[in-house]
Design a protein around this ligand. Structure first.
Ligand SMILES: [Zn+2]
Length: 863
């Protein structure tokens, strides 16, 4: 699954069922399910029946499996009717048999009715208008995690793998699709029966059913048929995705050493959105929300193209890592998500060499992981999961991006080939079964010829980021002595704890080639010495290692002097470390500004992209203060030359990095009120009335955003008309979100009125509220807590404990932490207050940063 970190993950629920690993008794296990469902899309209900072939492994009179929100009316065991007893809090159905069932094969049957949901949990509906303006309803399922139990009674835990044979009744004229290909037969009353083939043995969360008024287009990749399924009218936008998938499939078959095991792989585009995720890897039937899959050459930019490519690469990696081999329990979710995130980056970089995608990740995902991991909000990559809420919360930056970073470190430590061999051994040994993390370490160790478990345990069983401090003695002839010392890097007091790792430190002397490269694993907190070739020392070259580096004054000075001689990855790493060390107080932020001054107009666009994000983050700390105004002026003056170099308007020969940089700078400078960009955005939007493609795709998103942020009341009304009249659901959602971006308070208030009551869908209203929170966090939070009775029912279950509290997350009001804590104490059960605590912590940290950085920022901003 690809998760959304922006508007977030939260969940509530008055009851948090305890889900100790193996909550369901192991005395009965499913072997195969035969499930038939008939949705009534108009009534938002469905009926279902199933036969489950089970194996009794220990004599028992009690059978417990999962079911939630289902009205189970019929149950039988070996043909004898039994009364089903539901437990809503535990999300189970229990059968008590008339006599003890002996060990062996048996058969269960169930009959039930259920609800079609409006948000993505279980079977859900996506409402949209087709190009003629006719209302349409697409059905889809989302079962991770754990919502297969809302579809049919099941052993809904990842370790209970079984075969699934699904059939579904669909209205005449619609297409239905699932993990396997279907045979279609006519039924009475304008209905048709889709009988899907039997799936391989798999976990319940990977089952899929969808149907609607859709089109399908296919290509062949070897023996596998790859399909894209979209609403009518946009199938042409699937060409990019089909081409990407066709290249990725053989790449993965080769990498994992296992053929793709299903006859087909569909990619389904849903014209909606979720607060929680962007795409889901259902085996052979990957579901995506439209912006994650469809590439519209008239409107999409390179950054969206990269996003589409990497999301496809992520979901396809899961077809092996996750679907073929699955974590035993949610504690090891990172095995799925960290690995898929890493594989996504590797495959995207390998298959798109022009993107310099690996370096892009150094300034992107790696920085994101280290930022969160250096605060009290962090947790070990492998974490104990005992409640349904915690399953939802497990889908976070640590699981995905830190997971990705530590796998990257492992690969760079043992070597690409040996690492891949270990992964192949793991796949071959555990296909169609479940694992825990140590089973992966064992196979990598066997392939690498060394035990990697001890150092990987250090990075996965404890949270936090190591900080390696480096000092170098004067050069004595050809060699110099380097002293390395580790500690825990902390952005807040709670994370500045005593802690150590086995850190595989690597270093190299600039210009010395292989002779200057060396490695040393450091342990404990005592200083350790190493030898290096004299010269400018780069620690962690390539930035594969998961740790921050602090140089002494001479070492840092040499790096700034020789900045242009470093690789782009190392330049990005230095900028990232210098900014982070300033925030944490380990180093004066003035050092960051020295490094920044080494950038010139000719520097790689990735550096300017990182710098723009960093300067934006510093500026946010002082928004609304006199220092904030001076800082904004200085930030604009620093970044404007980079935009001048490439120009506001896209050029034919721009590289992907230049296009991305322009998109970022136009957005940042436009939102800051750069008059040239604001004027240009007004002319472009005026042109939209005559030509919907008037804005070049490469700057469409930041131009619209500039217009929205700086909107006058009349311009906001124009945006509202665009939102109301647009029929393309993706573009419509974009316009609706922009209504929340306006800087003027009165316009934010009008956006909130639309959240409260309007003809927009629940998903659109929730998304608009999150958008208002971006620019007016205090108004959005106060509105949501006052109107919680309206907001909560619109939220996905997986977002209920996080959504409202996170609305206040960008506030600089000293009263906000108290308000969030008070709301959480009143509205959320104790076990679901983690997101509230983390939001409060983040706000307090920002206040500390603002105080700590003020002298250096003031000096840089000037008078
Ligand atoms: Zn995933």
């Amino acid at each position: 699954m690809t998760f959304r970190s922006l508007a977030t993950v939260l969940l509530v629920t008055a009851s948090a069922p305890a889900l100790a690993q193996g909550q369901l008794p192991k005395s009965v296990v499913p072997v195969s399910y035969t499930i038939r469902v008939e949705p009534d899309a108009a009534a938002m209900t469905f009926t279902g029946s199933e036969t489950i072939d089970v194996r009794v492994t220990a004599p028992t009179r009690t059978i417990v499996l999962n079911a939630a929100d289902l009205d189970v009316t019929l149950a039988s065991f070996d043909g004898v009717q039994v009364k089903p007893v539901m437990d809503a809090a535990a999300q189970t159905v229990t059968l008590t048999l008339p006599k003890i069932a002996p060990v062996g094969n048996h058969r269960l049957t169930f009959g039930w009715s259920g609800k079609i949901n409006t948000s993505a949990a279980g079977l859900f509906a996506i409402d949209y208008s087709d190009p003629d303006g006719k209302k349409q309803r697409m059905l889809a399922t989302q079962f991770e995690a754990p919502d297969a139990r809302r579809f049919a009674p099941m052993w809904d835990e990842p370790a209970y793998k079984a075969k699934f044979t699904l059939s579904a009744v669909a209205p005449k004229g619609q297409l239905a699709f699932s993990n396997m290909p279907a045979k279609v037969t006519k039924l009475a009353g304008d209905r048709q029966l889709y009988s899907f083939g039997e799936s391989p043995i798999m976990s319940s969360y990977l089952l899929y059913l969808g149907m609607g008024d859709v089109e399908r287009r296919t290509v062949m990749a070897g023996r596998t048929e790859i399909g894209v399924i979209t609403r009518k009218g946009v199938i042409d936008q699937s060409a990019y995705a089909l081409d990407a998938a066709k290249k990725l499939l053989p790449y993965y078959e080769e990498y994992f050493g296992q053929p793709y095991p299903l006859p087909k792989m569909d990619m389904i585009a849903g014209p909606g959105s979720s607060q929680f995720f962007g795409a889901m890897e259902n085996w052979g039937a990957i579901f995506y929300f439209e912006p994650e899959l469809l590439f519209d050459a008239k409107r999409s930019s390179v950054s969206q193209q990269q996003r589409i490519y990497s999301v496809i690469a992520h979901e396809m990696a899961h077809q092996w890592f996750g679907n073929l081999v699955t974590m035993r329990w949610w504690d090891d979710l990172w095995l799925n998500e960290g690995f898929a995130s890493w594989m996504e980056g590797k495959a995207t970089a390998d298959l798109n060499p022009n993107w310099n995608y690996r370096a892009q990740g150094v300034g992107g995902e790696r920085e994101a992981a280290m930022r969160l991991d250096a605060t009290a909000a962090t947790h070990p990559v492998i974490r104990k999961v005992t409640t349904v809420d915690q399953i939802g919360e497990a889908f976070d930056t640590i699981t995905y991006q830190k997971g990705q970073a530590v796998i990257d470190m492992l690969e760079s430590t043992v070597g690409e080939g040996r690492f891949r061999d270990g992964v192949r051994r793991y796949m071959a040994k555990y296909k169609y079964s479940n694992t825990v993390t140590d089973q992966l370490w064992a196979e990598i160790s066997a392939a690498a010829g060394r035990d990697v478990a001890p150092f990987m345990h250090d990075f996965t069983l404890q949270g936090g980021v190591p900080l390696v401090s480096v000092s170098q003695a004067a050069c004595g002839g050809q060699r110099m002595t380097v002293t390395l010392r580790q500690s825990r890097f902390g952005l807040d007091a709670a994370s500045k704890a005593a802690q150590t790792w086995r850190v595989p430190v690597t270093y190299a002397t600039l210009g010395a080639g292989d002779a200057g490269a060396a490695a040393k694993e450091i342990r404990g907190s005592a200083p350790q010495t190493a030898e290096a070739v004299c010269g400018t020392l780069v620690v962690n070259p390539g930035k594969g290692g998961y740790y921050r580096t602090r140089y002494d004054a001479a070492g840092h000075g040499a790096l700034v002097r020789d900045f242009g001689k470093m690789t782009v990855s190392d330049q990005l790493g230095l900028l990232g470390d210098d900014m982070a060390l300033g925030f944490s107080g380990d180093q004066d932020l003035a050092r960051y500004y020295e490094t920044l001054a080494a950038l010139g107009p000719q520097s790689d666009p990735l550096l300017w992209s990182l710098a723009a994000g960093q300067l934006g983050r510093v500026a946010e700390l002082y928004e609304g203060t006199p220092l904030g105004d001076r800082l904004r002026a200085k930030t604009l003056a620093t970044l404007a030359p980079a935009l001048d170099r490439y120009g506001l308007e896209p050029r034919r020969d721009d590289s992907a990095q230049v296009t991305n940089l322009r998109e970022g700078l136009v957005g940042l400078l436009g939102a800051a009120g750069d008059t040239r960009i604001v004027e240009r955005s007004r002319r472009y939007v005026a042109d939209l009335a005559r030509n919907p493609s008037a804005i070049p795709p490469a700057i469409r998103s930041p131009i619209l955003r500039t217009y929205a942020v700086n909107a006058t009341p009349a311009e906001w009304d124009a945006l509202l008309s665009l939102a109301r009249s647009e029929t393309n659901p993706v573009i419509k959602n974009g316009y609706i979100n922009l209504l929340g971006a306006a800087r003027e308070d009165a316009l934010a208030a009008r956006a909130l009125e639309l959240v409260k009551a309007s003809d927009f869908t629940d998903q659109q209203r929730v998304s608009l509220l999150a958008s208002v929170a971006g620019s007016h966090p205090d108004m959005a939070f106060d509105f949501a807590t006052t109107n919680a009775a309206i907001i909560n029912p619109m939220l996905e279950t997986s977002s209920r404990s996080s959504f409202i509290v996170q609305l206040g997350g960008r506030s600089n009001d000293p009263a906000m932490p108290g308000k969030i804590a008070a709301y959480a104490a009143k509205a959320l059960p104790v076990a679901s207050r983690g997101p509230a605590d983390r939001t409060v912590n983040a706000i307090r940290n920002r206040a500390t940063f603002a105080d700590r950085l003020r002298p250096a920022v003031t000096a840089w901003a000037g008078r």
